[in-house]
Every structure is written in structure tokens, then in C-alpha cells.
Design a protein around this ligand. Structure first.
Ligand code: PGA
Length: 266
């Protein structure tokens, strides 16, 4: 009884900004400074905030946020620790740059860079070994949703992505449900659709692990989250935060999203 209470209380809302391939170093410093300024009174008991700039700006953004409760995240990683892997970057390097989170398996990586579930699994294990929190993205395309294959696709992404991950380790991850058709399109999943799908994910985690684990894992929603829709989305019982792309690129909108999320009591 005590254990499940503690686990449920661990589901602190998490809002992460995925800056994608935007922002020069100067622009990134400006954005991070502005977000920090806007959120200086943030109640970090209630909410966790993560900024995920491009690799080139990680170290500088870390400098800006190091004296705040805002955390740093990367957008991708390679699973080897070091070696002759031109163009890649390891968990060890990301940790050194100040990262506490890594986005893994984003649909843009899957779509444009051939990322498959087996790679997601290796990256996930590498992040866990380095004590960096993975934000594992899953989501269906429009044709998969229209073909009634959403649950099948998500089921495979989760089962293959989490293959071999222990109960102890799975508690350290965050899942981001991001329907591909909602990313960068302005077309958001209806709150009820997000809830239904995220409930499915939680039930699957229950099957794969157990109820306490499923209740403890945070599941974010991502896909055209903005000031106008965040409240209804994160009021859903199984939506524990948001992974935000476009609306994380301006100080006002990102800080505004965090403030709204901070006010939601579940
Ligand atoms: P979007 O991106 O908010 O611009 O739709 C979300 C994401 O890709 O993480």
C-alpha cells in the first residue's frame, strides 16, 4: 500500500522543450535566459522543466540554467561510449555537457534517419547505464491511425523499445506519446484521444511489468501542444506532461505552457 502511494506521488508533471534543429548558440542562450527569468518562481516540487537544445548549444545552455531548477536534455544519442563513429555523440559526452535527459526514438529520427525499435532499445539501455533519463517517443502515423492500427504500432514500439529493461530501470524512463500526424501540423490529438491512447500505453506497461510500475511511469503527450490546448490535455488522468516542439521556441509560449501546467492539480 505504502509502496504504491509513493510510486503514484512520483508522477511529477514534466514539460520538455524540443528545440529540434533551431537556434544558434547566441539565440539558444537568449531563449534559455528568458525561460529561466520567467520561471524563477517555479515550484519545482510540482513540475519538472527540461530544455533540449541542439548539440552545439548544450554546454552554453547548461551554463545559463545551472543555477536554476531547469534541466538540460539532448535530442538524440549513439549507444557506444566512444570510438570511430563519425558524427555521433555518446551518453558520456552528453553527461559531461550537463544533460540529465535524452529524447530517444523521436518520430523525425524514425522517419528521416532510419531509427528502428532495436536502435531505440540500445540507446535506451545506454542512457540508463549512464544514469541519464530517457524520454522515449512512440506514436502512430495518420495512415496507421486511420487503418485502426494505432495500438498495434504502439504496442510494438513499446515492447521492442523496452525489451530487456528491468522493472527497476523502467521506472527511470519517461514515455512521450507523439502521434506523428500531430507533430508540427497544428493538428492536435483531442484530449480524449490522447487519454485513450496513453491509457492503453499504461495498461500495456501493467501487462509487461505490474500495476505499481505502470502507475509510476510518466507519459507525456506531444504534437502541436500550445497555450490554447495544454490545459485540457494535461488535465487528462494519464497525461503527465508535454513534449513541446514549435511552442518551445519562444520565451513567452514555453514559459506560459509551464505556468499553466504548474497550476494543474491532479
Ligand atoms: P510540435 O513538436 O510541438 O512542433 O508539434 C513536438 C515534437 O516533435 O516533439
Amino acid at each position: 500500500m505504502f509502496v504504491s502511494y509513493v510510486l503514484i506521488k512520483m508522477r511529477k508533471t514534466i514539460i520538455a522543450g524540443n528545440w529540434k534543429m533551431y537556434k544558434t548558440i547566441t539565440e539558444a542562450i537568449e531563449l534559455a535566459n528568458g525561460v529561466k527569468r520567467e520561471l524563477f518562481q517555479m515550484d519545482s516540487q510540482n513540475i519538472e522543466v527540461v530544455l533540449c537544445p541542439p548539440f552545439t548549444a548544450l554546454a552554453e545552455v547548461y551554463e545559463v540554467i545551472a543555477d536554476s531548477d531547469i534541466q538540460l536534455g539532448a535530442q538524440d544519442v549513439y549507444w557506444q561510449e566512444e570510438g570511430a563513429f563519425t558524427g555521433e555523440i555518446s551518453c558520456k559526452m552528453l553527461k559531461d555537457a550537463g544533460c540529465k535527459f535524452i529524447i530517444i526514438g523521436h518520430s523525425e529520427r524514425r522517419q528521416f534517419f532510419g531509427e528502428i525499435n532495436a536502435f531505440v532499445n540500445k540507446k535506451l539501455k545506454a542512457a540508463l547505464n549512464s544514469e541519464i533519463t530517457p524520454i522515449v517517443c512512440v506514436g502512430e502515423t495518420l495512415s496507421e491511425r486511420e487503418g485502426n492500427r494505432t495500438f498495434e504500432v504502439l504496442g510494438n514500439q513499446i515492447k521492442e523499445g523496452l525489451d530487456g529493461i528491468t522493472e527497476e530501470d523502467v521506472l527511470k524512463i519517461v514515455i512521450a506519446y507523439e502521434p506523428v500526424w500531430a507533430i508540427g501540423t497544428g493538428r492536435t490529438a483531442k484530449p480524449i484521444q490522447a487519454q485513450e491512447t496513453q491509457k492503453y500505453i499504461r495498461n500495456l506497461l501493467k501487462e509487461l511489468y505490474n500495476n505499481d510500475v505502470a502507475e509510476a511511469i510518466r507519459i507525456q503527450y506531444g504534437g502541436s501542444v500550445k497555450l490554447e490546448n495544454i490545459l485540457e490535455l494535461i488535465q487528462q488522468p494519464d497525461v503527465d506532461g508535454a513534449l513541446v516542439g514549435g511552442a518551445s521556441l519562444s520565451i513567452e509560449s514555453f514559459a506560459g505552457l509551464v505556468k499553466i501546467a504548474c497550476g494543474v492539480k491532479k
